[in-house]
Design a protein around this ligand. Structure first.
Ligand code: PLP
Length: 385
């Protein structure tokens, strides 16, 4: 049985192998492995791609978020409003500064922050809002920017899953005050290891970011703040520079994969397919369905995932336990039921295999197996005709 994985990075590597190998060999031969022209040139190219004046590259998306918060002087006593339906890194970065994440519920049809609920969460301690463009789909930034302006808050976009996505024709990461990106291998622009970037039009902020990522130092061996060591390796920069040239094409292919899933699943009832935003462009890091009638405990969804796996299709659950209910955030005192849409989504979502090279034949197989399993597990409530 051939297994269809959620992501396959080997197919993409084969397409660009010659260029990647040459770029890697060049860095290896240069002897310059930390900082230097290859890193600088990638940072410039990525900033130009996003459309900001400044781009500071670093070691991971998590560090990008952490550094952005630190550069804005956010720390103990401060609050940052964000989503609970995201990867831990979003809130972890807030907590790592000593600040407190304040979780707001999501909209079920986008899985993104419910912007209408954000303003009620603003307190006199709130310093920033951190929207997450989840699964590649942009948050509707307009109303969010208005709330931020009204309360003098900074908007830090978590663009980790959305490199290349657009809101009103602008790339995410150029809409808020700061954009944070991840180059983790499975992201839309992924390296062969960890990596991240921060984009902004504020050059003072960019200088502070560069200082913080280099041990709090602008001048070597002169330290003005407690920083961290968070640089993008020259090897990763070289690889990412090769891959950046293909990103738009790969994002278009992802959109085609999504469109084919839409067609193949058009006659299914009891599921919600991902909704395209009216105000921008998703880049489909994930194709995430919601079982609208699944049991509240997530049992049906888990059974569907398990049976699909047995039949050779690996579907994933992002994310089974929302952040406000994680053991690490117990001290914040959120009770189950506090963020109902988030909690429902956590029990109902299922992400089908999604990567640019996924072809129609395999997608048909995915949908056939999904359909069969759905009929078995939820015969009364969900069905494809
Ligand atoms: C991947 C991810 C991050 C963290 O990125 P790393 O490069 O893995 O540290 C942050 N936020 C979201 C939403 C992510 O998906």
């Amino acid at each position: 049985m051939t297994v269809i994985p959620p992501v396959d990075l080997t197919e993409q590597f084969k397409q660009i192998q010659t260029d990647v190998n040459a770029a890697v060999a060049e860095v290896l031969a240069s002897g310059q492995y930390i900082n230097g022209p290859v890193v600088e040139s990638f940072a410039q190219a990525f900033g130009a791609y996003v459309g900001t004046q400044e781009c500071v590259v670093c070691n991971s998306g998590t560090d990008a978020l952490y550094l952005a918060l630190r550069a804005l002087d956010i720390g103990p006593g401060d609050e940052v409003i964000t989503s609970s339906f995201t990867f831990i890194a979003t809130a972890e970065a807030i907590s790592a500064t000593g600040a407190t994440p304040v979780f707001v519920d999501i909209e079920l049809d986008s899985f993104n922050l419910d912007v209408a609920q954000v303003e009620a969460a603003v307190s006199d301690r709130t310093r920033a809002i951190m929207p997450v463009h989840l699964f590649g789909r942009p948050v509707d930034m307009g109303p969010l920017l208005e709330i931020a302006a009204r309360h003098e808050l900074t908007v830090i976009e978590d663009c980790a899953q959305a490199t290349g996505a657009q809101w009103q024709g602008k790339s995410v990461g150029s809409v808020g005050h700061v954009g944070c990106f991840s180059f983790f291998p499975t992201k839309n622009l992924g390296g062969c290891g960890d990596g991240g970037a921060i984009t902004t039009n504020n050059s003072d902020l960019a200088d502070t970011l560069r200082m913080l990522r280099e041990h709090g130092s602008r001048v070597k061996y002169h330290h003005e703040a407690i920083g961290i060591n968070s640089r993008l390796d020259a090897l990763q920069a070289a690889i990412l520079a090769v891959k950046l040239k293909h990103l738009d094409q790969w994002n278009r292919q992802r959109a085609q994969v999504a469109q084919r899933y839409d067609t193949l699943l058009a006659n299914c009832h009891g599921i919600q397919r991902p909704q395209a935003p009216g105000f921008g462009q998703s880049v489909w890091n994930q194709y995430t369905l919601r079982l609208t009638q699944a049991t509240a405990s997530g049992e049906d969804r888990n059974r569907i995932q398990q049976l699909m796996r047995q039949a050779g299709v690996i579907a994933m659950v992002y994310y089974p336990l929302p952040l406000h209910l994680q053991p690490v955030y117990r001290h914040l005192g959120y009770q189950p039921g506090r963020l109902p849409q988030t909690e429902l989504a956590a029990h109902q979502v299922l992400s089908l295999p999604m990567f640019p090279e996924l072809d129609l034949a395999r997608q048909k197989q995915v949908v056939q197996i999904f359909t069969e399993v759905l009929a078995e597990v939820m015969p009364k409530t969900a069905q494809c005709y």
